[in-house]
Design a protein around this ligand. Structure first.
Ligand SMILES: Cc1ncc(COP(=O)(O)O)c(C=O)c1O
Length: 388
């Protein structure tokens, strides 16, 4: 404690040092600003408005790293403001907490990402009724909208079975009855489909997927173009005390630098492999938005600017043990949930009842990663041969 030349003890000096490195520095990486406490120069600067978003006030509500990520996603999506949350699923849930109240009715496509599809069981406890609908219903959704319908979800393409939805038609019907439309725009990574331009009021993304891009972190975003709706999302996130790791945000910001290259690579690679699969005798259907087997393919051509790296195919008349043998025989394709990372992934679903009860258990979903495309085809070919 003693012997320090400025008369202050070592514990104090370790916290309030005399010598510091210069902070005059620029690099290409966004610094990871960690904080719970945020400092003010003078007491007068603290002010009263704890929700003032123009100011950094407390780590939970944003540091330059987390706000940089929010600003970048807002720019890519054309949103007024973006809330960054700990996962894609947290973004979905934030939308419910923000726009639903007791007594409301919500509509969710049967093809929604699993935990959103079955959220009705959870929402029931809060007096919100969730009803599922056929993703291909288009403007026919008008018949399902009730006076208390507050929110209609879209997810296009649908999870696993890839149905493309007529979002503009659904939005027109929703808006005619005062309901909001929320879109899970994860497949499009916020860029292959213009959510707000096609009538969605709220867009969510699992940033876990293409923005982060390396299968090593979880983050989500919820955004709106209308500043009033965007402020409501911000207010809910604030009151629920939802914050995110600046370290994860800085990795996602790094991911954004290669985002476009990765997306363009997997688009070409997935299309190549999808077309190759289509020519295989073992394959009955390829459910890829850019191919005609995919329900809603014409809407994809009308509304999307590209496709990404996840798609499914249905094999001929294989039983489940054959599907298992096929997937277990793959060497480069790994087995696991999620997609959009560098490693190719294959998964099948014994209880799936879509696109039909017969086809569901014969469906295999692929995530195309960054491996050599010919090696991936060779891997699939050797697995086909093993089960022949
Ligand atoms: C379409 C879609 N939305 C949302 C999510 C949820 O994202 P997260 O894993 O970050 O919660 C996923 C994850 O698989 C997804 O595929």
């Amino acid at each position: 404690m003693t012997g320090e030349r400025d008369g202050r003890g070592r514990p104090t000096r370790l916290i309030h040092p005399l010598r510091r490195a210069s902070h005059e520095f620029q690099s290409l990486a966004t610094p990871t600003y960690r904080a719970s406490t945020v400092l003010f120069d003078k007491l007068a600067d603290v002010g009263e408005d704890r929700r003032n978003e123009d100011q950094y006030r407390y780590g939970l509500h944003g540091t330059p790293t987390t706000r940089e990520l929010a600003a970048r996603i807002a720019e890519m999506e054309g949103a007024a403001k973006v809330q960054i949350v700990p996962s894609g699923l947290a973004a979905i849930t934030l939308v419910y907490w923000t726009f639903c109240k007791q007594g409301d009715h919500v509509l969710v496509p049967t093809t929604a990402y699993g935990p959103n599809g079955w959220i009705g069981r959870f929402l029931k406890r809060f007096g919100v009724e969730a009803e599922t609908y056929d993703p291909l219903i288009g403007g026919g959704i008008a018949d399902l909208i009730r006076d208390n319908t507050s929110l209609i979800w879209c997810e296009s393409p649908g999870s696993i079975t890839m149905e493309i939805q007529d979002v503009p038609a659904i939005a027109a019907a929703a808006h005619a009855r005062g309901a909001l439309v929320a879109l899970d725009n994860t497949y499009s990574a916020g860029v292959l489909f213009d959510a707000f331009g096609h009538g969605a009021d709220i867009a969510v993304q699992a940033l876990t997927k293409y923005p982060a891009g390396h299968a090593d972190l979880l983050l989500g975003s919820a955004s709106a173009r209308d500043p009033v709706l965007a402020d409501r999302l911000a207010s809910t996130r604030f009151h629920m005390g939802i914050g995110v790791s600046p370290a994860d945000c800085s990795l996602a910001l790094r991911g954004l630098m290669t985002f476009d290259l990765r997306l363009r690579h997997v688009e070409q690679a997935a299309l190549d492999i999808a077309n190759w699969l289509k020519a295989r005798p073992e394959v009955a259907k390829v459910l890829h938005p850019a191919l005609p087997d995919c329900a809603g393919h014409d809407i994809w051509k009308r509304d999307f600017t590209g496709s990404s790296g996840v798609f499914s195919f249905v094999v001929q008349d294989w039983d489940w043990p054959t599907i298992e043998r096929f997937i277990d025989s793959l060497e480069l394709f790994k087995i696991g949930y999620s997609w959009a990372g560098p490693v190719s992934i294959a998964l099948a679903y014994p209880d799936l009842r879509r696109p039909s009860p017969e086809e569901g258990p014969r469906l295999i979903r692929l995530n195309i990663g960054f491996e050599d495309v010919d090696d991936l085809k060779a891997d699939l070919a050797q697995a086909f041969e093993k089960v022949a």
